[in-house]
Design a protein around this ligand. Structure first.
Ligand code: HEM
Length: 388
């Protein structure tokens, strides 16, 4: 591709759909061949981000870590800091947007995406662990300094990159798919098209959700968040050629991804049911109906329908109240630096607390390279989720 202008064309996206992540895939292949995955997990669990490796580190892991230790040349540190500060100021609002828009919209990936998420069994059976790890990932990467050399984010992202490569390996080998093998038309498991889509769900879509929740978001804020997530995406193995240049391009790519692959699937519905039930567990029973209502509002009618969410019930008042609250907080943040840094501290403490709460039941070392994947998810019993 000579320019970015055709990034959203079918020909280009088809190519990304058939592309994976050779650097991480080769590392995992070597670790599996030498029987060193558990050893690699031990090394990764004890790394402190400063890059000092034990002498007996498997060679493939050492080479991968050396190759991925830097951000792309010319990375704008000031812009990253601005995006990270914005994220921290609106931590609580981001939490709602990520949980009720960015994550569930991924379940509309009807071919490949939802199946692979459901097949690891992690989302449905160990939802809390997955939620706590996802939040840990975001906090490590989006907190100020997280992407600096030796920062927690840089290491976490590379661990997840290896997790993805292992899942990719086992997905290709597994016979637990409906026809007994991975479908060629799904492209590569966790392919470049899906990786870009997920990167946009965490940036473009999260910011759209924030706007929907009453947070005043400027164009510059949008561009900064995209920049932050493209940087995270680079370390995670997304090929630079697949990255949209700016927000207008990102919107075109997102639209193309929706046209190509968003839809209903039994796995998507099952994941949504588990996601709703998980969020409801964290709320008092009378507020349970708010979860599907808020998710439907943030996702929009089409995506909500794909996921079997009905926006019934009378929760508009609660959503309007939430918007009002977030608007007041945004005004407060804009009023002075002191108010902004207070909100940053408070938002950060809230997200940290939530992450530790979810990790509490399974506090082992996070981000382990898996050594296999679970069986296929069960058929969803009913499509409806609880209503107020
Ligand atoms: C920007 C892109 C992405 C980010 C930031 C991201 C982030 C993460 C994080 C933080 C985890 C660890 C939490 C956990 O254990 O579940 C994870 C695991 C996982 N991701 Fe991703 N992911 C991305 C793209 C994708 C895509 C495109 C797919 C599939 C289509 C995918 C499938 C998975 C699976 C199956 C696991 C579970 C591994 C396990 O639990 O053993 N991810 N990802």
């Amino acid at each position: 591709m000579t320019s970015n202008s055709r990034l959203w064309s079918d020909a280009t996206l088809d190519r990304f759909k058939r592309s994976a992540d050779p650097l991480a895939d080769d590392c995992i292949a070597a670790l599996l061949a030498s029987g060193d995955v558990e050893h690699a997990n031990q090394v990764l669990a004890h790394l402190d981000g400063n890059g000092t490796l034990p002498a007996d580190t498997p060679a493939a892991l050492a080479a991968f870590l050396a190759e991925t230790a830097q951000l792309p040349e010319g990375t704008d540190a000031v812009r990253l800091q601005r995006a990270q500060a914005f994220f921290t100021t609106y931590g609580a609002q981001f939490g709602v947007s990520l949980l009720c828009r960015s994550l569930p919209v991924l379940y509309t990936g009807r071919q490949g995406g939802a199946q692979i998420l459901a097949s690891t069994g992690k989302l449905t059976e160990h939802f809390e662990r997955r939620a706590s790890e996802t939040l840990r990932f975001i906090l490590d990467a989006a907190q100020p300094g997280g992407l600096a050399p030796g920062g927690a984010g840089l290491l976490t992202i590379r661990k997840v990159r290896l997790m993805h490569a292992a899942i990719r390996h086992f997905a290709r080998m597994s016979s637990n798919w409906p026809t007994g093998r991975w479908h060629v038309q799904w492209g590569e498991p966790i392919n470049q098209e899906e990786l870009v889509g997920t990167m946009l769900a965490f940036s473009l879509e999260a910011m759209a959700g924030l706007r929907e929740l009453g947070v005043p978001v400027t164009r510059q804020d949008m561009e900064d968040q995209l920049y932050l997530w493209k940087t995270i995406g680079y370390v995670l193995g997304i090929t630079p050629a697949a990255m949209p240049r700016d927000i207008p391009e990102a919107r075109k790519v997102w639209k193309a991804l929706a046209r190509r692959n968003f839809g209903a699937s039994p796995d998507g519905i099952l994941l949504t049911q588990a996601h709703v039930a998980f969020l409801q567990q964290n709320l008092p029973a009378p507020a349970h109906g708010l979860v599907p209502a808020l998710m439907s509002t943030l996702l929009g009618r089409r995506n909500a329908t794909y996921l079997g969410l009905h926006s019934g019930g009378n929760w508009e008042w609660a959503i309007a109240l939430l918007r009002l609250l977030f608007r007041i907080k945004a005004r407060l943040a804009g009023s002075s630096h002191t108010a902004q840094s207070f909100m940053g501290l408070y938002g950060h403490a809230l997200m940290e607390g939530l992450q530790q709460h979810w990790a509490g039941k399974d506090p082992g070392k996070p981000f382990r390279i898996p050594q296999g994947m679970g069986g296929p998810a069960a058929t969803p019993a009913t499509v409806a989720v609880s209503q107020p």
